[in-house]
Design a binder for this molecule. Structure first.
Ligand SMILES: Nc1ncnc2c1ncn2[C@@H]1O[C@H](COP(=O)(O)OP(=O)(O)O)[C@@H](O)[C@H]1O
Ligand SMILES: [Ca+2]
Length: 497
């Protein structure tokens, strides 16, 4: 009993000094680890927002983007939070009543007010970019185009966002920003990977953009755009063909087939049994066809379908001019195009049309695509309507023409072959964000893609916490070991007794 007490009294672990040192040591280590964890714990996510209105020729769409507030200038990913399709037609169709162009945006703008938290309203940039519909209106009637912009501007300024202006994008910008969007969403830019080309088909214009293999930009400087993004240089080839969007190209096809001013016209691009009355003045009311208007024509003509893909292709081919090229190589209409390179993402109407025709799968060979189209175009109009009662009749009637145009544009126009055709992916969106020029436009205007690669912290959060914990544990073990000279006394004493 007394030996036991003596041992207890002499146990060095039980001296007040050791106990105090141990307790302080443990507290210090716990405090160190706690501070490390708390300090680096991600704070609850706060977001910033940006709004872009895509005023296309056929309709306007509003996109809301969001990104983590503390990372807006480099590392944070910008994603599409919401989109809203404006009811009615594109703003260019309100040339005769511009106020209505402004009013048409109200519903989607109200939706944006609900979607963006109100404390962020004032700092949220709002852009409107108009494309080929307004380009055409601007060519046709400058004054009317200015009035539409005035009305739109007035309407947008009535909302609590940070309004940054409404303007017409150049064809180059439209092509280049579509390319930025696709490659940003695919994370190809930040990682410096080989980029994907972008193919955009609108109603009034169409764009092709890609980084060619070896590219002499001096051959046609107006087709080149240079970017420095995340420390990499890109020489992008881009071209926008005004009037070669699918609605204007249809006008051109109809104009070509009615150039003699007939009363009825049989069209291989429309289904057998299809028949509508069309007005000559309405058909030729566009700068894309106005010069081709027949001198003498009746008021209307009857547009009937024949449904023959191959003959339709012949009609479409007449809309491309292959005769003159002052460069080393051209696509069509004397426009320079370097050899195609890499894979492509085809979006907007490319996707809508090919998706309807069940032809988005890249593994379908070009020959099969043509055979399916031939079969589809040859199907009687009544049968098509019965099979797709849910689809808008205007779209439904035009899928044969649009599909034929897409295949002809890609192969005859841009020179895709049966081998390279499989490199085209028909896409609507990438990782939840729509493919289109709007995201690239906003990233550019808000300087959200830095020219140089951002400095990233040497360690991610988890790595940092683990290292602090390991060091703390090592310190603790070292501290215990430093008490070692006292250990033998403690363990041997009872044996001596
Ligand atoms: N569901 C759909 N099916 C077929 N075509 C569609 C569908 N939705 C939109 N489109 C077409 O996509 C095109 C979009 O073009 P738009 O962006 O308005 O014109 P642009 O880019 O030339 O200014 C239009 O031709 C429109 O009719
Ligand atoms: Ca468009």
């Amino acid at each position: 009993m007394s030996a036991q007490r003596e041992m207890k009294e002499k146990n060095p672990w039980h001296t007040p000094l050791t106990i105090i040192i141990t307790v302080i040591g443990v507290i210090a280590i716990v405090a160190l680890v706690t501070v490390a964890v708390l300090q680096n714990r991600p704070v609850p996510q706060k977001y910033k927002y940006g709004i872009v209105l895509d005023a296309g020729s056929s309709h306007t769409a509003l996109y809301i983007y969001e990104w983590p507030a503390e990372k807006d200038n480099n590392t944070g990913r910008v994603e599409q939070k919401h989109s809203c399709k404006v009811k009615g037609k594109g703003i260019s169709s309100y040339a005769a009543e511009p106020e209505k162009a402004g009013m048409s945006l109200t519903e989607c703008m109200r939706e944006a007010e609900m979607q963006v938290p109100s404390r962020r309203h004032q700092e949220t940039p709002l852009y409107l970019g108009a494309t080929a519909g307004m380009r055409l209106l601007n060519i046709e009637n400058r004054e009317a185009s200015d009035k539409v912009f005035e009305a739109v501007e007035k309407a947008l300024q009535g909302f609590p966002f940070s309004y940054q202006g409404a303007r017409i994008l150049s064809g180059q910008e439209e092509g280049a920003f579509g390319w930025v969007t696709v490659n940003y969403l695919d994370d190809r830019l930040k990682q410096g990977l080989e980029t994907t080309g972008a193919l955009d088909l609108g109603g009034a214009s169409t764009q092709i953009s890609f980084v060619p293999h070896e590219y002499d930009i001096s051959e046609s400087p107006s087709n080149s755009v240079a970017f420095r993004l995340y420390g990499n240089d890109y020489n992008l080839y881009t071209h926008s063909f005004l009037c070669y969007g699918k609605d204007q190209v249809l006008r051109m096809a109809l104009a070509h087939q009615t150039r003699s001013g007939p009363v009825t016209m049989s069209d291989p691009c429309f289904h057998p049994g299809y028949s509508v009355t069309r007005n000559y003045n309405a058909l030729y009311d566009s700068p894309c066809v106005s010069e081709r208007k027949p001198k003498e024509a009746p008021l209307n003509f009857t547009h009937t379908g024949v449904g023959n893909f191959f003959r339709c292709q012949e009609v479409v081919k007449t809309l491309f001019n292959f005769t003159s090229c002052k460069y080393s190589r051209c696509s069509f209409n004397g426009i320079f195009q370097p050899p195609l390179q890499g894979s492509f993402g085809a979006f907007s109407a490319y996707y809508f049309v090919m998706n309807f025709l069940n032809l988005t799968d890249s593994s379908i060979p070009l020959e099969t695509v043509k055979a399916n189209l031939a079969n589809y175009c040859g199907t009687p109009w009544n049968q098509i309507k019965q099979q797709h009662p849910e689809v808008k009749e205007k779209y439904l009637a035009e899928y044969c023409f649009s599909g034929t145009y897409i295949v002809t544009l890609l192969t005859e126009g841009y020179n895709f072959t049966k081998e390279t055709f499989s490199k085209i992916k028909f896409i609507k969106e990438i990782k939840g964000s729509d493919a289109g020029w709007t995201l690239g436009y906003m990233l550019n205007l808000t300087n959200m893609i830095p020219a140089e690669a951002p400095d990233s912290p040497p360690l991610p959060h988890a790595g940092y916490v683990s290292i602090v914990t390991v060091i703390a544990l090592l310190l603790f073990i070292l501290f215990i070991l430093s008490l070692r000279p006292i250990w033998p006394k403690c363990s041997k004493k009872p044996q001596i007794v």
